[in-house]
Design a protein around this ligand. Structure first.
Ligand code: UGA
Length: 484
């Protein structure tokens, strides 16, 4: 099949690379010449500047020039194309609705090219990025408006998690295809021939609108589950006496019907999808006059989670952030990515600055470049000059009064030793990811420890009785995480 992937970001680039592995002739198209030059170079570092996914540079290297081609011009490539994948960014508007301006621009451009085709063989235009229910129909109207002939529209949403884009594309749990005609379903079955009738992979064929809705339902349900643990589980363990977070999680998720994924309490779920998708679904349902109370509560809980530890530090630990230096460990929205979109760290920085901190000493193993691009921009906030960037955890800790752990990077699990080496008590450790298994020994040595899903452990208040069993609980969590 001749396939054109329009847009080469987190969705389009891995998709193009994996499609080319199946022997399709794939043209990855982007209007940004710098991106295309970076991908064409084949150089891992250059590729990772735009999309950092394990296995991606190797996947590109395998097929580039044979099955995979990069281009900034598809006016001629359109000829004889079987499928177009629309992988355009669809950011949120202020009111929660989806900004389709980039998408619509691309749709009009492509329609213009397709209208001039000499060869009128069937072409299917497939929406891969997350778009509101009804967008495939909108695309159909644009194509008709331009006089394009012999085409179909389809929805084939992306369900990949970041950091697993290549692995997930090679071995997905499902393929959802929404189309209108058997002819179009057939074309997409040829694209995904290795997944059709697969013993494990669910291949769902439905209407374009249902496929679009499946994506929103999936993401909002996942966020609802995370918010249940953050908004209920963490509160139960923080506020009710003698409840241990790790045991609570272990006991509840032992039920086969209840997932362990999503039960890791945190300082809020981030990323480019969850917040955006739930707001968009709220908007879409509001437009139809429907109640969105549950979705709104889920969204609010997740936003609250991103800053509430700072409030707890002030009110429970009596920590005054004014003129203090705070180390921020982890900037990406989750481990194994350099992506900071909607990361809890962004809200944390904003809140710390609003509390009058003197400086923020930041460290992240992958996201330092992304952070500096964002925070160096004086248009965003002149207070961002209070942020300094450090190459190691130890360096970032030096001279600070408190540390805030925002991302679940594995290297933070060994943090207690580094803290002991770098800073002396009184010192407050704020753990937004429950990353320090041996926090009890820190508390014994005079550090205060405040975590999501746990009561404040004050240096003076710790006793053998409270510290040791809780520490064991944390070790239990580590073991469990390794098994997942
Ligand atoms: C998410 C979904 O998991 C994918 O299925 C979906 O395809 C994707 O959005 C998308 O729409 O493109 P992703 O944004 O990569 O994937 O991130 P997740 O791994 O789901 O994590 C989202 C956030 O939730 C992260 O900040 C993570 O740290 C947090 N999280 C996750 C928790 O706080 N607790 C957990 O137990 C799990």
């Amino acid at each position: 099949m001749k396939i054109i992937v329009v847009g080469t970001g987190f969705v389009g680039l891995p998709h193009a690379a994996v499609l080319s592995e199946a022997g399709h002739e794939v043209y990855a198209y982007d209007i940004d010449p710098q991106k295309i030059a970076a991908y064409q170079s084949g150089d891992a570092e250059q590729i990772e500047r735009y999309v950092n996914e394990p296995g991606l540079p190797a996947a590109i290297a395998d097929t580039i020039g044979r099955y995979l081609f990069f281009t900034t011009d598809i006016s001629d490539t359109c000829e004889e194309a079987d499928v177009f994948y629309m992988c355009i960014n669809t950011p949120p508007n202020r009111d929660g609705s989806t900004d389709l301006s980039y998408y619509l621009k691309a749709a009009h451009d492509i329609s213009g090219f397709l209208a001039k085709r000499k060869n009128q063989s069937r072409v299917v235009l497939v929406n891969k990025s997350t778009v509101p229910v009804g967008t495939a129909r909108l695309l159909e109207n644009i194509l008709l408006e331009h006089g394009v002939e012999n085409f179909g529209v389809a929805s084939n949403p992306e369900f990949l998690a970041q950091g697993k884009a290549i692995e997930g594309s090679r071995s997905p749990d499902r393929i959802v295809v929404g189309a209108d005609t058997e002819e179009d379903f057939k074309i997409l079955r040829r694209v995904y021939s290795q997944f059709v009738n697969h013993v494990r992979i669910k291949y769902v064929e439905t209407t374009p609108e249902t496929a679009e809705a499946i994506k929103y339902m999936g993401n909002t349900l996942l966020l609802t589950y995370i918010s249940f643990w953050n908004g209920v589980g963490a509160r139960v363990a923080e506020a009710l006496p003698n409840v241990r977070m790790e045991d609570l999680k272990l006991g509840v998720t032992a039920d086969n019907r209840i997932s362990t994924w999503g039960s890791y309490v945190s300082n809020g779920a981030g990323g480019s999808c969850f917040g955006k998708d739930i707001q968009s679904l709220i908007y879409q349902l509001n437009q139809t006059g429907n109640s969105t109370d549950l979705l709104q509560a889920v969204y609010n809980i997740n936003e609250y989670q991103k800053t509430y530890l700072i409030d707890r530090a002030i009110h429970e630990a009596n920590f005054n952030f004014n003129q203090k230096t705070v180390t921020l460990l982890g900037l990406a929205f989750k481990k194994r990515t350099n992506d900071m979109r909607d990361s809890a760290a962004l809200k944390t920085v904003e809140t710390l600055l609003s509390k009058g901190v003197k400086s923020i000493r930041a460290y992240d193993p992958l996201a330092m470049g992304a952070a500096q691009e964002y925070w160096f921009n004086p248009d965003n906030n002149h207070l961002f000059n209070r942020i300094s960037y450090h190459d190691t955890v130890q360096e970032a800790l030096e001279g600070s009064d408190a540390v805030y752990i925002s991302t679940d990077w594995e290297e933070f699990r060994g943090l207690s030793r580094t803290i002991e080496k770098a800073v002396k008590p009184p010192y407050l450790v704020i753990d937004g990811r429950r990353m320090i298994p041996d926090y009890a020994s820190l508390v014994e040595k005079g550090y205060d420890y405040l975590s999501v899903g746990g009561a404040l452990m004050e240096a003076s208040a710790v006793s053998e009785e409270t510290a040791v069993p809780s520490a064991n609980g944390m070790v239990a969590e580590m073991k469990m995480e390794k098994q997942l």
